[in-house]
Design a protein around this ligand. Structure first.
Ligand SMILES: [Zn+2]
Length: 58
């Protein structure tokens, strides 16, 4: 394994997303899915993306 992954760091793709923990309902705003919940410690599989952006309404 290597720590050097010098590819694909496109800032334009770093869009903040709101994730919500299904266990404690804590909302975390980040560009990536949290590894675990900072409040209750639930793993990332407990997080769902909150669709707060209405830009893609069809
Ligand atoms: Zn939680």
């Amino acid at each position: 394994m290597t720590d050097k992954t010098g590819a694909l760091r496109t800032r334009a793709a770093e869009t903040e997303t709101t994730w919500q923990c299904l266990t404690c309902h804590l909302e975390v705003v980040d560009t990536v899915l949290p590894r675990k919940c900072p409040r209750c410690g639930a793993s990332r599989v407990k997080f769902v993306e909150v669709g707060a952006q209405a830009e893609n309404e069809a």
